[in-house]
Design a binder for this molecule. Structure first.
Ligand code: FPP
Length: 245
């Protein structure tokens, strides 16, 4: 940690670290374009930022980190770019698993995994299986994730379960949440989106109901411990009222 980061870290209340942080990792393409590089170089550097952000989040005491890595809409990108993005989880786990184990991180996948290429499913499922007994930070990779699709999946599953008698009576918020990919996890306290865009983009629509939103102009490949600390500091200055006064 450099001096600037240490100074910010000292300012932060260790008792009020956001437990669940979700991140929309945006701006890889623009980062590359500004450097005259092909878009995939931005994604390659984006993976390096995933590595450092996982380590930094775990060091800060964040309990759950949810990363939006590939949306249901991202299939509409050029095939070469989709293929490149689909090659990343395998590479990531090949090199990162020892570090995830050392840091006691537990990996999970959220999204419609059945539509992902086999090798991606295998890479993430193996990562999840090998880290399943870790008790530190939970790292959720959102892959082929879309929030409206998730909500519809949940509704259809509830209809099925009601028809078969497994689900009885009225649906309440807890029951509904238990049908989502994020079942069992508390909602995000803080959502960060990089690259200056200020949209939710079909990410965790139900789960973000009371989250604090933090937007930064920094492109994802440049997102560092400093920017994470700035976001956490900003979060700590918010008054969360959950509809009360
Ligand atoms: C958005 O930038 C980024 C993505 C669509 C992909 C995000 C993926 C990673 C950072 C790597 C994921 C890593 C693993 C291990 C799965 P963009 O391409 O939309 O950028 P732009 O808006 O500037 O074009």
């Amino acid at each position: 940690m450099n001096e600037r980061e240490q100074e910010l870290k000292n300012k932060i209340d260790p008792e009020n670290i956001p437990h669940h942080v979700a991140i929309i990792m945006d701006g890889n393409g623009r980062w590359a374009a500004e450097k005259g590089l092909p878009r995939h170089e931005g994604h390659r550097q984006g993976v390096e930022t995933v590595r450092s952000t996982v380590r930094n989040s775990s060091d800060l005491g964040i309990g759950i980190l949810t990363l939006f890595a590939f949306s249901t809409e991202n299939w509409q990108r050029p095939v070469r770019e989709v293929n490149y993005l689909m090659s990343l989880p395998e590479k990531y786990f090949q090199t990162e698993l020892p570090e995830l184990m050392r840091n006691n991180v537990r990996v999970r996948l959220i999204g419609d995994s059945k539509r992902l290429p086999r090798k991606v499913q295998k890479a993430v499922n193996d990562g999840a299986e090998k880290t399943k007994n870790n008790t530190g930070m939970v790292l959720n990779f959102a892959l082929n994730y879309g929030s409206r699709a998730e909500i519809l999946m949940a509704v259809n599953k509830m209809i099925e379960d009601a028809a078969s008698g497994r689900l009885k009576g009225k649906i309440n918020e807890n029951i509904f949440s238990s049908y989502l990919y994020t079942a069992g996890l508390p909602d995000p306290d803080l959502l960060i989106r990089t690259s200056g865009e200020q949209r939710i983009s079909n990410f965790l629509l139900w789960q973000l109901a009371y989250s604090e939103l933090w937007f930064t102009d920094v492109y994802w490949p440049d997102f560092s411990m400093f920017h994470l600390l700035v976001a956490v500091d900003g979060y700590q200055q918010r008054k969360r009222r959950f509809g009360k006064i």
